[in-house]
Design a protein around this ligand. Structure first.
Ligand code: MG
Length: 451
């Protein structure tokens, strides 16, 4: 099997033309349609703006219809819009054709269950097994499904966000914020400029085209937001916002042009919700300690879940959480749905700015400061032996084996795990100083390279 084809519980991801071909996508979609839906049932289909998206969308629709499923094709929309549409239509499931933040040569299928949440392990394995078998039941001439459109999916998404008790639209509109926006030519251009205008913002957009020709690495991490930083300064914006190609992650640039790091997106959203409602908070193991500090201020504990939207959503359900998400800029609010949602994050942050009257830099200053260092290395060796070596090296640390290895201390942590979406090992550390965080990552790299 190709080393770039990655099949996980909630989807399949690979390089266009090498791993992902129209016949592969059609087959995988047919297997998905057979397992979660069946003849006469409906599956919602959405995609981001990648140049391969339309081709694979046609392929996926063909696969689904060949097993008798009807398809509701949303066209280019955010992943969370597709998730909401699955619930709205009471569909049997959904397929989103997007490789999220991966570079331009990648694409993927994200598989969504009837509850609008990414597939659970058991169902994902059944889809995978059926796709690699000869047992897919195709329908005959009189059983082929049909494709219909749904031009209101984005309208509904915006309406649902604005109806939440955490977004005082009138108050935000009255402030008339200036916002600089970078949609990286992904699906964000379909929703975020419009949402901001409806919130009374004066919006300046770069990369708002939805042609999928990403002008930079599409992950909204500080290193990739140089153009937006300059744009914030040039336009005198109150805030800069960047979303990833499928619009489930949001990163913020402050009014001075400084990218503040994606963890603050969730920290601000947690503050916003806990101000109005008390309850559990769930974040993944790689999320900043800032969330713990914010939650502690409200007397609330934080539960950690393995990395990945499906895992965080599962633990949020189990613990009846009021808010949660991932430190990569993904906010999940159960009152909206169990999916990371950047349009939600955008609205909640503007609401927080409006309610507190504070600038972004001031909101950052109110929280303790940590430095997060994220590094990665090619996954060329088995990862498991590395954990044992790290445990030995850091004798006395608190260990968490839910997802790779997370070692933690009173004010710092180190998380080493194989990526679920790329053939790499991620090493993430957080500490009060740059030096301390660098030292932790360097230690992980040293152990990794010694294997
Ligand atoms: Mg994404």
């Amino acid at each position: 099997m190709s080393d770039t084809l990655i099949i996980s519980i909630s989807g399949v991801r690979g390089i266009v033309g090498k791993d992902l071909t129209p016949d592969f996508v059609a087959r995988y979609a047919a297997a998905f349609g057979s397992v979660v839906a069946g003849p006469g049932k409906t599956v919602v289909l959405g995609r981001d703006s990648r140049t391969s998206g339309e081709l694979f969308s046609i392929s996926a629709a063909a696969g689904l219809r060949s097993v008798g499923c009807d398809v509701i094709d949303l066209g280019i929309v955010p992943t969370p819009t597709t998730q909401l549409a699955v619930e709205h239509h009471h569909a049997a499931g959904g397929i989103v054709i997007t490789a999220s933040h991966n570079p331009i040569e990648w694409n993927a299928l994200k598989l969504v269950g009837s509850d609008g949440v990414f597939l659970d392990n058991e169902t994902g394995v059944r889809v995978k097994n059926l796709a690699s078998s000869d047992a897919i039941d195709r329908v005959g001439w009189d059983g082929i499904g049909r494709t219909i459109g749904d031009p209101r999916s984005i309208d509904r998404h915006i309406e649902q966000v604005f109806s939440l008790p955490y977004v005082d639209t009138d108050a935000v509109i009255a402030r008339g914020f200036k916002v600089a926006l970078d949609c990286v030519r992904g699906a964000g251009g379909k929703i975020i400029p419009r949402l901001l205008k409806e919130l009374g913002c004066d919006v300046s957009v770069i990369n708002g085209e939805t042609d999928g020709r990403f002008p930079r690495a599409p992950e909204p991490v500080p290193a990739n937001l140089g153009e937006l930083s300059e744009f914030v300064k040039k336009t005198g914006a109150d805030v800069g916002m960047a979303v990833d190609p499928d619009v489930d992650r949001l990163a913020i640039v402050d009014e001075t042009g400084r990218p503040i790091g994606e963890d603050y997106t969730l920290a601000f959203a947690v503050e916003s919700v806990l101000t109005k409602k008390t309850g559990n908070v769930v974040v993944n193991l790689s999320t900043s300690r800032i969330i713990d500090d914010v939650a502690r201020g409200f007397g609330v504990a934080v539960t950690r879940a393995p990395v990945g939207e499906a895992n965080v959503a599962r633990v949020m359900r189990e613990t009846n959480a009021v808010i949660g998400g991932e430190g990569n800029g993904g906010v999940i609010l159960p009152e909206l749905h169990f999916g990371r949602d950047a349009p939600l994050g955008v609205s909640m942050i503007l609401d927080l700015m409006s309610r507190t009257g504070a600038k972004i830099s001031e909101l950052v200053e109110r929280n303790p400061r940590y430095v997060i260092v994220k590094d990665k290395a090619p996954r060329t060796v088995e990862v498991a032996p590395i954990y044992g070596a790290l445990e030995k090296k850091f004798d006395g640390a608190t260990l968490d084996h839910q997802d790779g290895l997370r070692l933690s201390w009173s004010d710092s942590w180190l998380h080493v795990r194989p990526s679920g979406t790329e053939p790499i090992v991620r090493m993430i550390a957080e500490a009060p100083t740059q030096e301390a965080a660098d030292t932790l990552v360097a230690a992980a790299r040293e152990v990794l390279e010694a294997q």
